[in-house]
Design a protein around this ligand. Sequence first.
Ligand code: PRP
Ligand code: URA
Length: 255
Amino acid sequence: NRPHVGPTQCVGPDYRSESQKPIATVSTEVKYETVTTLPQTPQLIALLTFTVSLTYDDCGYRKIRDRNTERADFIFYSNRIIRLLVEEGLNHLPIVEHTVTTPVGRNYAGLMFQGKICGVSIMRAGEAMEQGLRDCCRSVRIGKILIQRDEETAQPKLFYDKLPEDIAERWVLLLDPMFATGGSAIMAVEVLKSRGVPEERILFLNLIASPEGIGNFATKFPKLRVVTAFVDQGLDSKNYIVPGLGDFGDRFYTM
Ligand code: PRP
Ligand code: URA
């Protein structure tokens, strides 16, 4: 009788029986090939719950909207999910075979990333993802696009952008934790395309998406890959993601 909203699943490693795994609300499935959702592991679900323990009662994402989650915890657990997103995002960059010789004189046939990258954050909330990218890609270049959603109409407005001059030659990791109507992300991609970045070289890293935002985006940019941690149920009358987590920027920076 627990209050799940959305699809549920027994969560845990395959070697455990169904009865040994707690049930949690998991990401809504989407039909677009270009959208990658992080595996719905106990760790991810617990992080989205923003609770430290993974007991039967804590499992699920009831607490993701908990207004009592303190800012320090919100930042800490968001950062851990952002790290997972960045690590998964890097799997979608081009790679080539590369062999090295080990200190004992043997060869190891491995892989190497190919091509230049840069991050582009949609300010303000997207800036919260920059550190996670820097932690994985040392001295990565970062561009900024300031887009703000009108609080009444939810329409995005572009205020400012500052991007690396050679951005057209780079793979772009576009960063924004919240993907509601998709309006802000679509506007950011239009800016990138106007600077010569082809959509197939943009990777959008996102923490929580709505099915509406994903649908709008994937229809407009069928070659652009999205990596998201979780697709929620939908949007409310103010175009906030539900169940969602409220205003990410406020919770990360000011609340
Ligand atoms: C939030 C969020 C996205 C946008 C998502 O930013 O970070 O950029 O809204 O909504 P959409 O998909 O409907 O466009 P907001 O404009 O509230 O600014 P903030 O980053 O300063 O919080
Ligand atoms: N921006 C947010 O921070 N949260 C939402 O749910 C929608 C837009």
